[in-house]
Design a protein around this ligand. Structure first.
Ligand code: NAG
Ligand code: NAG
Ligand code: NAG
Ligand code: NAG
Length: 472
C-alpha cells in the first residue's frame, strides 16, 4: 500500500510539470505518449507552427522495408505524440510499395507552392535505382501524396539529407552517390525555388566514400557531418568546415572520441534551436554539439541525461551519483579484473545468467522513477552476417548485435529489467540508461546478470553505474 501511494505521488508530480521540459536521455529507448517505442528511424525534425515534428522510417519487426514514414510531434523534444503514418506504402505502386526502399525522409515547407514537401532516398530492394522521391501534403502531418522519383541531375543518390540556410532561406539536397567506384562522392546541390527539383551542384565532396550527410550552420561557419560506410553498423563520424557552402571546405576531422563509433550513432540529421538566450545545435541521436568557431572545431560530448529548454536554447547536463564496480559484490563466476582503462583500474566481468551476477549496494533512491546509467564494455565486435565491412576488428566472426543484461532492484526478481548493451570496442566504455524506481533512502541494491542474446547468457563487463535525480 505504501509503495502504491508513493508511485501515484510521482505520477501526479509528472502530470503537473508536464509543460516543463522533461530530461533528454539520448541512449534510452524512447516511448511516445501512448507508451509505445518511438518508431521513426533515420529521421528528421522540422519546427513548424510552434511544434517539433519528427519524421522517420517506420520499421516492422523482422522486415527491412515496408512500413512507410511515421510522424510524431513534440513541444519540448522529450515528449512525443504519434500521428500515424505520414507516407503510406501503396500495394502495386512502382516506387512506394512495401517492397521498395523509402529511407531517410526530410520534410520542408515550400513558401512558393504552400505545400509541405517530403524528400527521401527512393530505391528498389537491391539499391539498383538510387533515386530521390518527392511527396507533398497541405498539412505537415500528412497524409503525403507521391509526386515522383527522379535521378538528381541524371546522377545517383543514396543517403539523403537536406539543409536550409537560416540566413537566406535557401534549401539544398545532400546525397552520397552510392558505393560503385564511379560514385563514392557526396553532393551538395541547391533546390529550385519550389523545392520540387534540383537546380545546380554547389559542391562535391570528392571520393571520400562517406554517407549520411548533414550540415550544421553557425554565425560564421558551415560544418558538414558524414559517416564512414559500414552498413548498419556505426563508425567514426567526421566533419568538414567552410565559410561558404561552395567551399573551400577543410579536411575532414573526427567529432567524437576514437573507437566509440560516435557513441554508437550515425550523423544523418542535425537541428538548430534558436532560443531567446542561446542557439543550441542538436544532433540525431539527440546530443548537443560543442562548437568552437574560433578554433574551427566541432565536437560531440556524451551526456547520459540533460535538461534542455527549447524556448531559451539553454541546456545543462544533469549530475548523478556514481557507484563504482570496485565496491560491488560478485557472485558465482563473476569477478573483478584488472583493466587500466576502467575506473579504479578494475572492471566487473564474467557476468552470466542469474548465478554469476554483480550487486551494487547502498544506492540512494527517491521512490520515484529515476534514470540509471550502466557504463559497460562489450568486446564482441558485432558481426554483420557475411558483410566483411561489418567486422573491421574481427575477420569472419559471426557474433551478435549486442549483449543483454538483467537488472534487478532490491532482489525483486518478479520485475526483471532488460539492458541492451551494443558492442563497444576493447577498452572502450559506453553507457546505456534504464528508468528504475528505487526505494526512498540509501539502502537499495541493483543486481546485474546475463540474459540470452541469441548466442549465450553473457552480460557485458560493467565499470560503474550512475543514478540521476528524478525529473522535477
Ligand atoms: C533494381 O534495379 C536494378 C537497376 O534497374 C536492377 O538491375 C535490379 O534487378 C532491380 N532489383 C530488383 C529486386 O528488381
Ligand atoms: C554526375 O556524376 C559524375 C560522377 O560523380 C560527375 O562526374 C558529374 O559531374 C555529375 N554530374 C552532375 C550534374 O551532378
Ligand atoms: C535462472 O535462469 C534459468 C535459465 O538459465 C531459469 O531456468 C531459472 O528460472 C532462473 N532462475 C531465477 C531465479 O530467475
Ligand atoms: C538494508 O537492507 C538489508 C537487506 O538488503 C537489511 O538487511 C538491512 O537491515 C538494511 N539496513 C538498513 C539500515 O535499513
Amino acid at each position: 500500500m505504501a509503495s502504491l501511494f508513493v508511485f501515484s505521488l510521482c505520477l501526479l508530480a509528472t502530470a503537473i510539470t508536464q509543460t516543463q521540459a522533461k530530461y533528454i536521455v539520448p541512449g534510452a529507448r524512447w516511448l511516445d505518449t501512448e507508451g509505445n517505442i518511438v518508431n521513426a528511424h533515420a529521421g528528421c525534425v522540422v519546427y513548424d507552427n510552434s511544434k517539433f515534428w519528427w519524421f522517420g522510417e517506420y520499421k516492422i519487426e523482422g522486415q527491412e522495408e515496408g512500413g512507410g514514414i511515421s510522424v510524431y510531434s513534440s513541444d519540448d523534444l522529450a515528449t512525443w505524440e504519434f500521428h500515424g503514418i505520414a507516407l503510406e506504402p501503396i500495394d502495386g505502386h512502382p516506387y512506394i510499395s512495401r517492397e521498395h526502399i523509402i529511407q531517410r525522409p526530410k520534410v520542408v515547407y515550400s513558401e512558393a507552392t504552400k505545400k509541405y514537401n517530403m524528400w527521401w532516398h527512393a530505391d528498389n530492394s537491391t539499391y539498383g535505382w538510387l533515386l530521390q522521391g518527392l511527396a507533398t501534403s497541405d498539412n505537415i502531418a500528412g497524409p503525403y501524396t507521391f509526386v515522383d522519383a527522379t535521378a538528381p541531375l541524371g546522377n545517383w543518390s543514396q543517403d539523403f539529407g537536406m539543409f536550409t540556410d537560416y540566413k537566406d532561406g535557401k534549401t539544398y539536397a545532400l546525397y552520397s552517390n552510392g558505393d560503385r567506384r564511379e560514385g563514392r562522392d557526396v553532393y551538395l546541390t541547391s533546390f529550385n525555388e519550389d523545392i520540387t527539383a534540383l537546380d545546380k551542384v554547389v559542391h562535391r565532396f570528392d571520393k571520400y566514400d562517406l554517407e549520411a550527410p548533414t550540415i550544421v550552420q553557425t554565425e560564421r561557419s558551415y560544418y558538414a557531418l558524414m559517416s564512414h560506410k559500414t552498413g548498419y553498423r556505426p563508425n567514426n563520424v567526421v566533419a568538414f568546415r567552410a565559410d561558404s557552402l561552395s567551399g573551400p571546405w577543410s579536411q575532414p576531422f573526427m567529432v567524437a572520441p576514437l573507437n566509440t563509433r560516435t557513441y554508437n550513432s550515425q550523423s544523418g540529421f542535425s537541428l538548430r534551436i534558436e532560443g531567446t538566450k542561446k542557439t543550441t545545435y542538436l544532433r540525431y541521436i539527440w546530443l548537443p554539439i560543442d562548437i568552437d568557431d574560433r578554433k574551427k572545431d566541432l565536437e560531440l560530448i556524451w551526456h547520459d541525461v540533460y535538461d534542455l529548454n527549447v524556448k531559451t536554447g539553454d541546456w545543462r547536463p544533469v549530475r548523478g551519483k556514481t557507484y563504482y564496480g570496485i565496491d560491488a559484490e560478485t557472485s558465482g563466476n563473476a569477478f573483478k579484473q584488472e583493466a587500466n582503462f576502467a575506473s579504479n583500474g578494475v572492471i566487473l566481468t564474467g557476468i552470466y545468467g542469474n548465478d554469476s551476477t554483480v550487486t551494487f549496494h547502498g544506492i540512494e533512491g527517491t521512490g520515484c522513477p529515476q534514470w540509471v546509467s550502466f557504463y559497460y564494455q562489450n568486446t564482441d565486435d558485432m558481426g554483420f552476417g557475411d558483410q566483411p565491412q561489418g567486422q573491421p576488428d574481427r575477420i569472419g566472426g559471426e557474433w551478435q548485435l549486442r549483449r543483454i543484461s538483467s537488472v534487478v532492484v532490491n532482489g525483486d526478481t518478479e520485475n526483471v529489467h532488460t539492458l541492451y548493451q551494443r558492442d563497444t570496442h576493447k577498452s572502450i566504455i559506453l553507457s546505456t540508461p534504464l528508468q528504475l524506481t528505487l526505494e526512498k533512502g540509501r539502502n537499495n541494491t541493483i543486481t546485474v546478470g546475463g540474459l540470452f542474446n541469441g548466442v549465450e547468457y553473457r552480460g557485458a563487463d560493467l565499470d560503474r553505474i550512475v543514478v540521476y535525480p528524478p525529473e522535477k
